[in-house]
Ligand binder design. Structure first.
Ligand SMILES: [Zn+2]
Length: 416
């Protein structure tokens, strides 16, 4: 007898298997063999439904592809939106800077304007002074000439002697010279104030120009920000459209899934009726097994020869161990009849199914069994729940396949 061990189960159970085989597993069961296979007796109705399932699955796959495309598009839009928001924030900061510059320029321009007003007043005063002085000087000159022309002799005659006459002429000349100097001074002051005013006006003109440039920048920036905000709204609309499309696709996929499940349930029911009406079918038709459980976290021990990590001895693992949470549904891998649904100290709560043509499947360590010996089961039917009964160190399903008394790799029958 070959020593068969289950690493996960942690001990030999060859003896138990041998006894079990002798008792429950006849090499052949000629009285039960039927020439008919499941496929040859499958009704038109089942074939139609299977066809519908295939089509629904194809459609579902296409929907899922479209869905993943949509999700990609949405993600890219969201990333673009994020970039754009960042860019708008930068633009806003620039605009704020520009507005600050404008405010500063406005203050400077106002100051300059006040200076100009002040200078204009000063200029006005200087002009008045200059004109007054000019008038005073002109009237003095006029008087002097009138006096000279009217009566030079009279003036000389009235003078008390020659000296007095010279003094009078000298005095007139002195007054005139003084008034002329005053006029020159006033003219210079006026010219200077005028120059100041011109200078201020030049400065104001360049400030005005700078302000105009910055204001142009401001309006360009405002326009850019407005444009970017419109782009942002467009992105947001796109994203919400994509999200809506994604929801629609998801709803459709869910509806497909429910439709497929309903069809599968109908098929299972019909198959059972047919099997019951025809007696047990014990010819395996070569169809693919269903993965024997709804969910697993990992394959904790695969089928085949293993070197023990500590003992360095070679061990043969006759099935596949699927680590899976307690209570996870265990499925019949294929149509058949339950030949054992019992408890053993090594295998725990276990089930064996005869699929015909010498092919059996074994399910070990269950927490619960939902079928009994001689029950007819169909592919995918829930037969037990994952547990850790018997020699087991954690919740898992040990799944084995036997053909004509020899263990086979389950992967020859189940698609990974
Ligand atoms: Zn195992």
């Amino acid at each position: 007898m070959k020593r068969v061990t289950c690493k996960k189960c942690g001990r030999l159970f060859a003896l138990a298997m041998a006894v079990l085989l002798m008792i429950q597993w006849p090499a052949a069961a000629p009285e039960k063999v039927s020439a008919a296979t499941m496929s040859s007796i499958t009704s038109e109705s089942i074939r139609d439904k299977e066809q519908q399932i295939k089509e629904a699955q194809k459609e579902q796959k296409e929907l899922q592809n479209s869905l993943s495309d949509l999700k990609k598009i949405k993600k890219s839009l969201e990333s673009k939106k994020k970039d754009l928001k960042k860019y708008i924030a930068e633009l806003d900061a620039s605009l704020e800077e520009i507005e600050k510059n404008i405010a500063t320029l406005k203050v400077k321009i106002e100051e300059k304007e006040a200076d100009i007003v002040q200078t204009e007043a000063e200029l006005q005063e200087a002009l008045t002074n200059e004109n007054n002085q000019k008038d005073l000087m002109y009237s003095s000159i006029k008087m002097l000439y009138e006096q000279n022309e009217a009566s030079l002799i009279a003036m000389l005659m009235t003078a008390e002697g020659f000296g007095d006459m010279l003094n009078r002429a000298d005095y007139a000349e002195k007054v005139l010279t003084y008034e002329q100097r005053m006029f020159e001074d006033y003219k210079n002051v006026r010219a200077y104030v005028e120059l100041c005013k011109q200078q201020l006006e030049t400065e104001k003109a360049s400030l005005d120009e700078a302000k105009a440039v910055v204001e142009q920048e401001q309006s360009a920036m405002e326009e850019l920000i407005e444009q970017k905000n419109r782009d942002l709204t467009a992105y947001e609309n796109d994203i919400s459209d994509q999200a809506k499309a994604i929801r629609e696709y998801e709803a459709e996929i869910q509806a497909q899934k429910e439709e497929i499940e309903a069809l599968e349930a109908l098929i299972a029911e019909e198959k059972k009726k047919i099997l019951a009406a025809n007696g047990v079918i014990l010819t395996y038709d070569g169809g693919a097994f269903k993965m024997p459980l709804a969910y697993y976290t990992r394959i904790s021990d695969d089928y085949g020869w293993r070197t023990h990590p500590i003992l360095h001895t070679k061990q043969f693992h006759n099935g596949v161990d699927f680590a899976s949470p307690k209570g996870t549904a265990i499925y019949a891998a294929y149509d058949g009849v339950v030949v054992a649904a019992a408890y053993s100290s090594t295998m725990g709560k276990y089930i064996m199914i005869d699929h015909g043509s010498g092919l059996y499947t074994i399910y070990m360590h269950a927490s619960q069994l939902y079928v009994a010996k001689d029950d007819i089961v169909v592919r995918g039917e829930t037969i037990a729940a994952v547990g850790s009964t018997g020699r087991s160190t954690g919740n898992h399903l040990h799944f084995s396949v036997r053909l004509n008394g020899e263990y086979q790799s389950p992967w020859n029958y189940v698609k990974k």
